[in-house]
Design a protein around this ligand. Structure first.
Ligand code: PGA
Length: 297
């Protein structure tokens, strides 16, 4: 008598939990302030990259902090890229005006015998809307084979085809900047993707320019230095994809962006947001999104 009862209770609890995650009906409402961007202006994309950080308890705390973070400027879109295992929690508890990203997805287009991978369509099925592809840490490989430019480009295409929006990371290493080949490196990273993506695909992609020497080091590119590189990336897109795509595509800056330097970076004409690692793990992320310029309504 007891065992079947327990099983029924457990299974109905499980069903309601799964339903809850999949439909994420009860996410708290967010709030917005100011005017949206004018026709033809790019909306800033403020991405948080939690990397491989956090426990269930600390993720809950961080969600609470973001939920209490107040209004998001209508000129900004906010997304957090969280570890796969925390996706259901975030989709249940995070305010509904912050979108949820994964930090990677498989290059496999379909589900199947790909042990350890999560594919783009599975992310879409969960309610995830964004994915970070080609982060320099994954390109480097941290002890495993890293991802090369071709693989990264294929993943971008697979993710877009599955219905995800992509933060597509590019950026040079310190010795490459010193050798004066920053744009060569960035264009070699962009070129294979430019071959695969249609104009329509590009509307789902944001380029995250992250100089590797600035990631997690506390060294930030100066706003002028970042602006110069962003402008040259946009010029490359204009010459190698199309002028329309170059005008519309967002280019986020990443590499030690934080509350204290976000405004001067985001004020640059070709910087359309940030991809923020360390500072996205604290209330400083709220300062970052609050730094996006916005006219009061
Ligand atoms: P950081 O990381 O802000 O800690 O430098 C940025 C990133 O890796 O996306």
């Amino acid at each position: 008598m007891f065992v079947p009862y327990l099983l029924t209770t457990l299974s109905s609890q499980l069903t309601s939990t799964v339903k809850h995650f999949v439909h994420h009906e009860k996410r708290p409402k967010g709030s917005s302030k100011g005017q949206p961007p004018k026709e033809g202006e790019r909306k800033n994309l403020i991405g948080g990259n939690w990397k491989c950080n956090g426990t269930l308890a600390s993720a809950k705390e961080l969600i609470e902090t973001l939920n209490k973070g107040g209004a998001i400027p209508a000129t900004a879109e906010v997304v957090v890229a969280v570890p796969f295992i925390h996706i259901p929690l975030v989709l249940e508890k995070l305010r509904d005006d912050i979108e949820v990203a994964a930090q990677n997805c498989g290059v496999n287009e379909k589900q199947g015998a790909y042990t350890g991978e999560i594919c783009a369509s599975q992310l879409v099925d969960m309610g995830v809307t964004w994915v970070v592809i080609g982060h320099s840490e994954r390109r480097e490989g941290f002890g495993m084979a890293g991802e090369d430019n071709e693989l990264v480009a294929k993943k971008v295409k697979v993710a877009v085809d599955a219905g995800l929006k992509v933060m597509f990371c590019i950026g040079e290493k310190k010795e490459e900047r010193e050798a004066g080949v920053t744009l060569d490196v960035c264009s070699a990273q962009l070129a294979p993707a430019a071959k695969l993506l249609s104009k329509e695909d590009w509307s789902k992609v944001s380029i995250a320019y992250e100089p590797v020497w600035a990631i997690g080091t506390g060294l930030t590119a100066t706003p002028e230095m970042a602006q110069e590189t962003h402008a040259s990336i946009r010029k490359w897109i204009s010459e190698n994809v199309s002028e329309d795509v170059a005008k519309a595509v967002r280019i986020q800056y990443g590499g030690s962006m934080k509350g204290s330097n976000a405004k001067e970076l985001l004020d640059q004409p070709d910087i359309d947001g940030g991809l923020i690692g360390g500072a996205s793990l604290t209330a400083d992320f709220v300062t970052c999104w609050s730094s996006v310029a916005c006219a009061e309504s």
